[in-house]
Design a protein around this ligand. Structure first.
Ligand code: SAH
Length: 243
């Protein structure tokens, strides 16, 4: 099933569009049943190379060949790669965000990563800012790896960053409030709001490196950690192959 976000229910897209038009935006609010209310500073969605965390800078450095920027948002990574003369396509399920990316000169399309009818081939698939979050739940990882195999050119690579969010559940005495028999602790439900625009709830997956590596190997991918980030986060590189 392929999805696109209804423009009337697209808080992040609305925030990106307003920031692009006016150079400032209101608060992009984030709600979750598992966390306190939070917000995403909209200017960070328009970050330039200098403002990017080390794992994103490293991901950009490792990009080669034809690149697909998945869940590209405002297109900040695509733009940086274009500045370097690289061949980039950006996809996102937000029509508002894709409109902004096109105005910024990016070859952007409204495409759901999981849509099997999209089967162009890429040498690098870039998933920045916890881009693997779009998988939502662990149980959807097999579909994720299947899609990667479909759109990776021979010898291609996937660059993605994520975090081990177990620290969120850590108590002062070092113990964890994690139910080992329950769902994986990185499965988070979110809902966003921008001004009067409320989004539908969605699932977002944070995955620790060992768990990612285990599933990747199971599905025929090599998985290596490129670098650790500054806060339980990391950049990983996947490529088809066996250990
Ligand atoms: N990569 C950008 C934006 C991250 S926000 C950055 O680093 O700034 C995540 C983005 O993924 C949103 O723009 C959202 O619309 C998009 N997205 C969510 N599910 C998707 C899917 N199935 N296919 C493509 N894009 C998706």
């Amino acid at each position: 099933m392929s999805i696109t976000i209804d423009t009337k229910k697209d808080p992040m897209g609305a925030a990106i569009a307003e920031y692009y038009a006016k150079g400032r935006a209101a608060r992009l609010r984030v709600f979750s049943s598992q966390f306190y209310e939070d917000e995403i500073p909209v200017d960070t969605l328009f970050r330039t190379l200098e403002d990017m965390p080390p794992q994103e800078q490293e991901a950009l450095r490792l990009c080669r060949g034809r690149v697909l920027d998945v869940g590209a948002g405002s297109g900040c990574h695509s733009l940086e790669l274009m500045n370097r003369g690289m061949d980039v396509m950006a996809i996102d399920i937000s029509t508002l965000s894709v409109d902004v990316m096109r105005q910024r000169g990016i070859d952007a399309r409204v495409v759901d990563f999981f849509d099997k009818t999209f089967d162009e081939k890429f040498d690098t698939i870039l998933m920045a800012m916890n881009g693997i979050g779009i998988v939502g739940k662990i149980e959807r990882l097999p579909e994720f790896f299947m899609r990667l195999k479909q759109i990776l050119a021979p010898g291609g690579q996937v660059l993605l960053d994520s975090s081990d969010i177990r620290y969120v559940f850590e108590n002062e005495d070092g113990s964890f409030d994690i139910n080992l028999a329950g769902a994986y602790y990185g499965e988070i439900d979110y809902r966003m709001q921008y001004r009067g625009v409320k989004g539908e709830p969605f699932d977002w997956l944070y995955i620790d490196f060992d768990t990612l590596s285990m599933y990747a190997n199971e599905h025929g991918f090599l998985c290596e950690k490129c670098i650790d980030g500054e806060h339980y986060d990391y950049l990983a590189r996947l490529a088809v192959g066996h250990k």
